[in-house]
Design a protein around this ligand. Structure first.
Ligand SMILES: Nc1ncnc2c1ncn2[C@@H]1O[C@H](COP(=O)(O)OP(=O)(O)OP(=O)(O)O)[C@@H](O)[C@H]1O
Ligand SMILES: [Mg+2]
Length: 228
């Protein structure tokens, strides 16, 4: 999926005050690219991720997805986009504590009914992230890294062409974090997905990745290559 942002702005009203959180962001995320968003706390990284995932709307500016302007979308088109094309991976996993690993992977599909074939695919996806022997474990019976791998399997089962990950390794040790990134890269490459990750940790970056630095709601630099 190719994504182009043109002068994207987002403000929130708090009481009588208007807070401008994103202040004219313009950039491109080419199809199949692996991107990092970095910047201080409160700089607008998560707000940007919500806009990219059509979970929220910009106050001004344009977001164009494969040549289509998002602002022209009906709520139904936005729903389809979120449910069929975007894989979300967030820091706190968002797993259902009363469901097994396989059922958690199937959650996005439950409204449409999880057919037998899909359940098999969910099991295969869990095997690909090294959890073949944890299929029937519930989140409370899995380590942090294992839970995040379930979340990645869930995000990728639909074969999204956009993966949005907001601090996906935030609560993991660095070894487990590296593993999570390895799976994310493997599965994203298999799908030729565009990946956009928010992280503070430069050790996950590879030379061919793009790094977009945000400060005070503005894009201050985009570099390819590992920052020092
Ligand atoms: N719904 C909202 N209403 C009002 N202000 C908001 C809302 N969401 C975010 N903000 C404000 O927007 C600013 C940017 O928030 P955002 O969550 O995008 O930052 P961030 O870069 O993701 O930070 P962190 O690294 O701490 O996660 C913050 O000052 C926050 O208080
Ligand atoms: Mg954030």
């Amino acid at each position: 999926m190719n994504i182009v942002l043109d002068q994207v702005r987002k403000s929130f009203r708090r009481g009588s005050r208007e807070i401008e959180v994103l202040r004219g962001i313009s950039c491109e995320f080419p199809a199949g690219s692996f991107n990092f968003i970095v910047g201080p706390s409160g700089s607008g990284k998560s707000s940007l991720m919500y806009l990219l995932g059509a979970l929220d709307k910009p106050t001004a500016g344009k977001i164009t997805i494969d040549g289509q302007e998002m602002s022209g979308w009906t709520e139904q088109i936005a729903n389809e986009f979120r449910s069929r094309r975007v894989g979300f991976v967030f820091q706190n996993f968002n797993l259902m504590s009363n469901l097994t690993a396989v059922d958690n992977v199937l959650v996005p599909f439950l409204p449409r009914g999880a057919r037998h074939a899909l359940r098999q695919q969910a099991e295969q996806m869990l095997e690909r992230v090294g959890l073949g022997d944890r299929l029937l474990h519930k989140p409370g019976e899995l380590s942090g890294g294992e839970q995040q791998r379930v979340a990645i399997a869930r995000a990728l089962l639909k074969q999204p062409d956009l993966i949005l990950a907001d601090e996906p390794t935030g609560e993991l040790d660095s070894q487990t974090g590296q593993e999570v990134f390895q799976y994310l890269r493997e599965l994203a490459t298999a799908n030729q997905a565009t990946v956009i990750v928010v992280t503070h940790d430069a050790s996950y970056m590879q030379p061919e990745d793009a790094v977009h630095r945000i400060r005070d709601g503005q894009l201050v630099e985009t570099i390819t290559g590992k920052p020092n």
